[in-house]
Design a protein. Structure first.
Length: 209
């Protein structure tokens, strides 16, 4: 009975989703940050740190999903058979796309739940306080396991990089977010600041306020 359950497509899909959270952490930390711009994934990600309104185009995300499938499915097929491998790979890739949606919404939409509030504070601390901490976007399990998690506290955000949901039309912090964030500095991002932000991003340094 237990063996039959473990080999079920449902369990395989859940396992695939959990595997993505580990991959999310490992790729974010090592392939994107540790490489400091060496390789496409690192360049794309650190460009996002330099300009938080920039997101990799959908074509590159689809390429990433295709590459994951090309590696994971044959390996799982050899170990557990094609049916189990299809469910595992589907769970992993489906969770990856869920992560992409969640990550974008962190930057573009205000929190609607306690989890959403945590995800934004943790991820924006990663952007603006400690780029080599809090690599997990959807969960902090792997950061806690490997000692790279910071409790965010009040996150200080450069005004020029503040998400639109966080500030009003004059660039002032909305009062409902005052317990979680402080916004500092000017709102204007000139060429010199843009270049400095890019240099900081590729050095894994928090941007100047």
């Amino acid at each position: 009975m237990v063996v039959k359950l473990l080999r079920s497509p449902f369990v395989a899909a859940v396992a695939g989703g959990l595997a993505w959270t580990a991959a999310e952490y490992g790729l974010h930390r090592f392939a994107m940050h540790e490489l400091r711009g060496r390789g496409l994934a690192s360049r794309e990600h650190l460009s996002h740190h330099a300009d938080v309104t920039y997101f990799s185009p959908a074509s590159k995300k689809l390429l990433s999903a295709a590459a994951t499938t090309a590696v994971v499915f044959p390996l799982c097929s050899a170990v557990a058979g094609r049916r189990w491998a299809a469910a595992f790979t589907g769970g992993m890739v489906g969770t990856y796309f869920g992560y992409e949606v969640a990550h974008r919404r962190i930057h573009t939409h205000p929190p609607r739940s306690a989890y959403g509030r945590w995800a934004r504070r943790s991820h924006l601390h990663h952007h603006f306080g400690a780029p080599m901490r809090n690599h997990g976007v959807t969960t902090n399990v792997w950061d806690r396991l490997f000692g790279s998690y910071d409790e965010p506290g009040v996150v200080t955000v450069p005004r020029r990089m503040a998400p639109e949901w966080m500030v009003d039309h004059e660039g002032r912090l909305r009062p409902e977010f005052a317990a979680d964030y402080a916004v500092r500095g000017g709102a204007v991002r000139d060429r010199a600041l843009a270049e400095a932000d890019r240099a900081d991003a590729f050095a894994n340094t928090a941007p100047a306020v």
